[in-house]
Design a protein around this ligand. Structure first.
Ligand SMILES: [Zn+2]
Ligand SMILES: [Zn+2]
Length: 155
C-alpha cells in the first residue's frame, strides 16, 4: 500500500519536527534549501539542534503529524476494506440464499483536520553546514547543534 500524506510547511518552507530525545520542537527545511543543498547526499541521521542527540530521519514526527498520518492511513485502509466487502457480498446478492445489506461500513472514519503551520520560530544556520538551516523556538538561547554533524555553535 502506498499512501502519500501531505504535511504542511510554513511560508519559509520549514517542517515542524519533534526530537525523540528531549521532546522539544524545532523545524528543519523541507527539501533542499539552496543549490548547494541539492548536491548533498541524504543524511542517514540527524542531530537535534536543541539537545544535540542523534536519531534516524524518520524519528522526528510531532504528535499532531502522527495523529494525521494515523487518521489518513486508517481512512485509506477503511475504504479498501469497504471495497473488499462489497466485492465479497456482490457474489452473495442475487443468489437467493443469503441477503446481505451493507450500510455504513468503514466510510465513517473522520476526515482529519488539516494541520496548520504557523510562521513561528527563528532561523539559525550552523557555520559548518549552513545549507541545512533549522528554526528554533524564539526563546531558545543555545548553544545549538548542527542538524547534519551535531557540532555545537552559538548564534
Ligand atoms: Zn533534542
Ligand atoms: Zn555541521
Amino acid at each position: 500500500m502506498e499512501l502519500s500524506i501531505e504535511l504542511p510547511v510554513d511560508n519559509d518552507g520549514f517542517l515542524r519536527r519533534e526530537c525523540p530525545h528531549c521532546e522539544q520542537e524545532f523545524k528543519w527545511h523541507h527539501g533542499p534549501a539552496n543549490e548547494e543543498a541539492e548536491h548533498q547526499q541524504p543524511a542517514d541521521a540527524y542531530f537535534c539542534p536543541l539537545c544535540g542527540q542523534v536519531a534516524g530521519p524518520d524519528s522526528w514526527w510531532t504528535q499532531a503529524q502522527l495523529d494525521l498520518i494515523q487518521a489518513e492511513v486508517s481512512g485509506h485502509v477503511g475504504s479498501q476494506l469497504n471495497d473488499m466487502f462489497d466485492d465479497a457480498f456482490r457474489g452473495l446478492r442475487g443468489g437467493g440464499l443469503v441477503r446481505v445489506e451493507t450500510s455504513g461500513g468503514f466510510d465513517d472514519v473522520e476526515t482529519p483536520e488539516p494541520l496548520d503551520e504557523p510562521d513561528d520560530m527563528s532561523i539559525v544556520a550552523s557555520p559548518c553546514h549552513g545549507w541545512e538551516p533549522v528554526k528554533v523556538p524564539e526563546n531558545a538561547s543555545g548553544p545549538f547543534y548542527c542538524l547534519v554533524c551535531g557540532a555545537a555553535f552559538a548564534v
